[in-house]
Design a binder for this molecule. Structure first.
Ligand SMILES: [Zn+2]
Length: 300
């Protein structure tokens, strides 16, 4: 069964007036339920993470500053949200949802987190709406528990997975692949195991051909036993931050190709949503819902 991590706290950690970026987390499951793609059985509400798991990925000082709400103002500004206990709780539930998703993916081949994809968080910093790096935390969890020996992180959000790249820069068991806008945030990129920077305005055919030419060979070469997929929809032409020009159809084709590669190679995959900043919330929700629908068609 398709399992999807979602908790109401995903949508309501911010004071009134700051909520727009969080709205999608409520609307995505609502839309999938409305369309009959999923039922309430598919949704699960993750618990909070324990500190020992967080500390395998994030440095103690940084985590304690988050936990105790003592992070310096400058560091909070880098995150972009006002720090609050609820926001921190949200992040540790999201990361637990991604870990739980991995366990579901072993049974069901695929699992989702309605949120997550917090790939800008590095070992000792938060940035770009990311406090803790959910997929990095889950990848370390798999390695520590001998559930995986070789992991491939496919990050197709329009922004570079800089935090993920930094966290795993000295970890040969995790291969980080990021395809992103060359001129987009973050201005200072880290070095992934494979970076494919794209020029502004790249559209459907060029984007998909690069992916089609890259991913199968990467899987053959790295022989991962587990995949993390960061399926940001900020690659869309409607996105106000993305600078690329993909259609919703191409975004669907991207997701379909990634899932087909996972199926062909019998690789379990955990999917986190990542970014999406189209001015019309319906564009964001529709594109994210398409990722679930493509998976539902292929897997279930
Ligand atoms: Zn993004």
């Amino acid at each position: 069964m398709l399992k999807i991590a979602f908790d109401p706290i995903y949508a309501h950690p911010l004071p009134e007036g700051h909520r727009f970026p969080m709205l999608k987390y409520e609307l995505i499951p609502a839309q999938l339920l409305h369309e009959g793609v999923i039922s309430h059985e598919n949704l699960f509400s993750p618990d909070v993470l324990t500190e020992d798991i967080i500390l395998k990925t994030h440095e103690k000082d940084y985590w304690h500053q988050l936990r105790d709400l003592t992070l310096a103002q400058k560091e909070q500004r880098r995150i972009g949200f006002p720090l609050s206990a609820q926001l921190v709780e949200r992040e540790i539930r999201i990361a637990k949802g991604t870990i739980d998703g991995c366990n579901f993916a072993f049974d069901n081949r695929i699992a989702f987190n309605v949120a997550g994809g917090t790939h800008h968080a590095g070992s000792n910093w938060g940035e770009g709406f990311c406090l803790l790096n959910d997929q990095a935390i889950a990848a370390n969890y798999l390695l520590d528990n001998n559930l995986s020996k070789s992991i491939l992180i496919i990050d197709l959000d329009v922004h570079q997975g800089n935090g993920t790249a930094q966290i795993f820069e000295n970890e040969p068991r995790v291969f980080t692949f990021s395809m992103h806008g060359a001129n987009n945030f973050p201005s200072r990129k880290e070095t992934s195991d494979l970076d494919i920077p794209l020029a502004d305005g790249v559209a459907d055919e060029e984007y998909l051909n690069i992916l089609y030419d890259t991913l199968p060979g990467l899987i053959r070469q790295q022989t991962p036993d587990f995949i993390f997929y960061l399926a940001g929809v900020d690659i869309l032409e409607t996105d106000k931050l993305g600078k690329l020009a993909l259609s919703k159809e191409a975004c669907k084709a991207r997701d379909k190709f990634v899932f087909e590669q996972c199926i062909t190679n019998q690789l379990p995959v955990q999917v986190s949503m990542g970014g999406g900043y189209s001015p019309q919330i319906k564009d964001i929700v529709e594109a994210h819902c398409n990722t679930f629908k493509v998976a539902a068609d292929l897997y279930f």
